[in-house]
Write a protein that binds this ligand. Structure first.
Ligand code: SF4
Length: 365
């Protein structure tokens, strides 16, 4: 698995705490040069089953720049011909030509940051697109890609259940294959934070319930706490994170995991570029994953997935029985109606899915 971070956006959204900023052309040229150098330096030629270009907004780069990065990947890694290759895009940053170009470069999955189809909400969020552009972009995307995902947000200022239900209803006839949902979190450093925006947790919970009950009626199965897909269109890349696969992360602020050590690249884009050009290491060890931490991660990441975790796989991975290590945690959450055990499988109940963070916290010693 490979993650590529592109830290540029046309404009900073009011709620966004991601590592992204508005970059100029010169900075983008230098960044692409630095990024391809990092990829070459860490050439591995191992088999890659998924690639994910995220950000920021990767489609603020030109097609030529994206192709240059893509070429560096295929020259320095062994990319499986059936690999899932996703690029995040925002409505307003792609047109028909651009989408055709993405397809011919080799991307086979498009993730569109729609967030809402409500113009007033899109304005509050500070998005650069309006509802009409979002609908037009989804329709165009369907022309070139048979695997299209959209992001939807809930818990937003002024958003009511009725407004949300209109957004969700739109999904039914879009012809897309995947939906990711995000509840608003007001994070430090964002405009929402300095404006004192707050989230109504009760309304947020009702909205989450509404979405999780409605999307399956349109043929989208919930396969993870916040992700829904038509059959066989689950994101293989994201499933990889939740099931503990190794991954490379290239670019400013990108994270990597080799099965034992978690690393992170320097976040600041200018420093990242400067260090790469100076021949300095941009990555530092973030965490050496101990056996105990690996057992905890196996549980709290794996439980995000609807199928849950396997007691047999736990025993195979760690040479210990899951009930010996986490027996009291599992029992407590079973009693609370948040976890269920069925043969080899341990998984979150419907209520547990809504209160996932409380369950996960219990698995941390
Ligand atoms: S487009 Fe995405 S990454 Fe860029 S500022 Fe908005 S939310 Fe953040």
């Amino acid at each position: 698995m490979i993650y590529i971070h592109v830290p540029f956006c046309r404009r900073k959204c009011n709620y966004c705490a991601f590592n992204s900023a508005v970059g100029d052309d010169a900075e983008k040229i230098s960044y692409v040069e630095a990024l391809t150098r990092e990829i070459e330096l860490r050439a591995d030629f191992s088999q890659v089953e998924s690639i994910y270009f995220g950000g920021g907004t990767p489609t603020t780069l030109t097609l030529a720049q994206l192709e240059k990065i893509f070429d560096a990947l295929t020259k320095n890694f062994s990319v499986d011909e059936r690999a899932e290759i996703t690029i995040e895009a925002n409505p307003s940053t792609v047109d028909e030509n651009f989408l055709r170009g993405l397809k011919s470069i080799g991307f086979n999955r498009l993730s569109l940051g729609v967030q809402s189809f409500d113009d007033a909400l899109l304005k509050i969020l500070g998005r650069i697109h309006d509802s009409r552009t979002a609908l037009e972009t989804v329709a165009l995307a369907e022309k070139f890609f048979d695997n299209v995902s959209i992001d939807l947000m809930y818990g937003l200022p002024t958003q009511t259940l009725e407004i949300l239900s209109r957004d969700v209803a739109r999904v039914k006839n879009l012809g897309i294959q995947h939906v990711s949902i995000y509840g608003l979190e007001v994070e430090r450093g964002t405009k929402f934070f300095s404006d004192g925006v707050t989230v109504d947790e009760n309304l947020c919970a009702d909205m989450y319930d509404f979405i999780t009950e409605t999307l399956p009626t349109f043929g989208f199965r919930r396969y993870e706490i916040s992700n829904f897909a038509a059959k066989n269109f689950e994101s293989r890349h994201n499933l990889g994170y939740w099931t503990g696969k190794k991954y490379f992360g290239f670019g400013a602020g990108a994270h990597g995991f080799d099965g034992k050590i978690r690393t992170s690249n320097v976040c600041d884009t200018a420093t990242y570029i400067q260090k790469i050009f100076a021949g300095e290491d941009v990555s530092e060890v973030e965490e050496i994953v101990t056996r105990q931490a690996a057992m905890e991660e196996f549980c709290f990441l794996g439980l995000r997935v609807v199928e849950g975790i396997s007691a047999k796989t736990f025993a195979k991975n760690f040479g210990a029985q899951i009930f010996d290590v986490f027996g009291s945690v599992i029992e407590k959450n079973q009693r609370l109606g948040l976890l269920e055990v069925d043969g080899d499988k341990i998984f979150l109940t419907k209520r547990g899915m809504a209160l996932g963070n409380e369950v996960f916290a219990d698995f941390l010693f």
